[in-house]
Design a protein around this ligand. Structure first.
Ligand SMILES: Cc1cc2nc3c(=O)[nH]c(=O)nc-3n(C[C@H](O)[C@H](O)[C@H](O)COP(=O)(O)OP(=O)(O)OC[C@H]3O[C@@H](n4cnc5c(N)ncnc54)[C@H](O)[C@@H]3O)c2cc1C
Length: 398
């Protein structure tokens, strides 16, 4: 395997770093959500600056305004942004949705939505989970019913990240109630401004809002906004979820590397009983252990990216890397709390907070990460069955 980037990819990384020097991430106004996912706050202005470089559509086919650049370019872009602490929160969701629209979307969806993504004007939330449908997603009850050329959607989604600051939702609904549970589901692109959309914030542990509850009351969606084939939404979702886990977490290795760098700096510059923390054997071991995990995580992500680029199947790899990414994040947060000691739990804005409260923030937001996008228990089952060929647990097959 060739481990180096090509000359063109290296040149692109340099171009992104230059862009970041000219567009300092912390100068952009943040709106709606702060660093919830460790990928920096969301900033519409920053997204538009990326769009102006043509980077939001650079991997798309030329017929849709893209430049047909390799997937590696997208990885490099995300890595550089995360290393710089840039505010690119919903970017992975935009990239994935664009790919799905190019692959499955109607002509109208391509014509109306793709240009908005390319200009940095459209972002997305995912409406899969419901109050009684999480790991067991097939229990979902939201319904889509045909009415003339339109679909009318009724239902209730929950934990929808970014919903209140996004433009469109990807809503999974039951469109053939009599069919088997895994059949008869369809995916819709739903404009947040449609009549009948009621999006309510859920305040999280940190006191901030990243998640929303969405009530859909007779929301009328144009027929062309069905994404893919009627009643085949679950198959599409299963294919999509694999890459969703990959794209949704790829930023983690560089984001954690950045935070680890801050902890190293803290240990080097902070004395306890006249001795720098960096001389403490326990702290050194913690930091070195994390550095090892983060480097392994990064290489694993790039390996899966390499497989995706070649169209190779990744039946369990995305599950495996998501578990590792989220649990490494939790380990870093716990080690950071140890190292910061009594200052650890203080929040950003507090007079004595260290590292602007970033460690406690990760500590709290990191708890939900091993639940979001499939819990670690469910994903370990995927690794066990699809990766290791172990039998499913009794009663698990539905
Ligand atoms: C931070 C965060 C962001 C999220 N963002 C979104 C979003 O944007 N869009 C969206 O649609 N949803 C989102 N979710 C919802 C998420 O997908 C669900 O919470 C998740 O799938 C788990 O479902 P649940 O909460 O109903 O828990 P349950 O499925 O009820 O699980 C409860 C516990 O039981 C365990 N469990 C359940 N079934 C099994 C089994 N068969 N084997 C072993 N253990 C099992 C689980 O691992 C878990 O520990 C988000 C959740 C969080 C926390």
């Amino acid at each position: 395997m060739e481990f180096a980037f090509t000359a063109a990819e290296q040149a692109f990384a340099t171009e992104v770093r230059r862009f970041l020097r000219d567009h300092l991430p912390d100068r952009f106004p943040h709106d709606g959500m702060d660093a919830g996912y460790g990928s920096g706050a969301h900033s519409r202005a920053f997204l538009r600056a990326l769009a102006a470089e043509g980077w939001l559509s650079m991997t798309w086919p030329r017929e849709f305004g893209g430049q047909e650049r390799s997937l590696m370019h997208k990885l490099i872009l995300f890595e550089e942004l995360a290393l710089a602490g840039a505010p690119f929160g919903p970017l992975a969701g935009c990239a994935e949705t664009a790919d799905a629209i190019i692959r499955y979307g109607s002509e109208r969806l391509k014509r109306e939505v793709l240009p908005r993504i390319a200009r940095g004007e459209a972002t997305f939330w995912q409406g899969f989970s419901e109050p009684n449908a999480g790991s067991d997603l097939l229990s979902l009850r939201t319904e889509g019913t045909r009415d003339g050329d339109d679909w009318v959607i009724n239902g209730h989604k929950i934990w929808s990240s970014h919903a209140g600051i996004s433009t469109y939702g990807l809503v999974l609904a039951r469109t053939s109630p009599g069919a088997r549970r895994s059949q008869g589901l369809s995916m819709f692109v739903v404009d947040n401004t449609l009549p009948g959309m009621d999006i309510r914030p859920i305040r999280s542990l940190t006191g901030e809002v990243y998640h929303y509850e969405v009530f859909l009351d007779r929301v009328r969606v144009p027929g062309d906004y069905l994404l893919g084939r009627e009643n085949e939404g679950f198959v599409q979702l299963l294919k999509g979820l694999d890459t969703d886990r990959f794209w949704g977490r790829f930023y983690k290795a560089p984001a954690l590397k950045r935070l680890l760098g801050e902890l190293v700096e803290y240990a080097n510059t902070t004395r306890q009983h006249e001795v720098p923390l960096a001389r403490n054997a326990v702290i050194r071991r913690q930091l070195a252990g994390l550095a090892t995990e983060i480097e392994a995580l990064r290489l694993l992500f790039y390996r899966i990216g390499w497989m995706l680029e070649r169209g190779l199947p990744t039946p369990y790899e995305s599950a495996l890397v998501k578990v590792l990414a989220d649990e490494t994040g939790q380990r870093l947060a716990a080690a950071g709390m140890d190292i910061l000691g009594l200052w650890g739990p203080l929040r950003e804005g507090s007079r004595w907070a260290k590292l602007e409260g970033r460690i406690q923030h990760l500590y709290q937001t990191g708890l939900g990460q091993t639940i979001a996008g499939g819990t670690s228990e469910i994903l370990r089952t995927t690794v066990a069955t699809r990766g290791l060929g172990l039998p499913r647990e009794p009663g698990a097959g539905r």
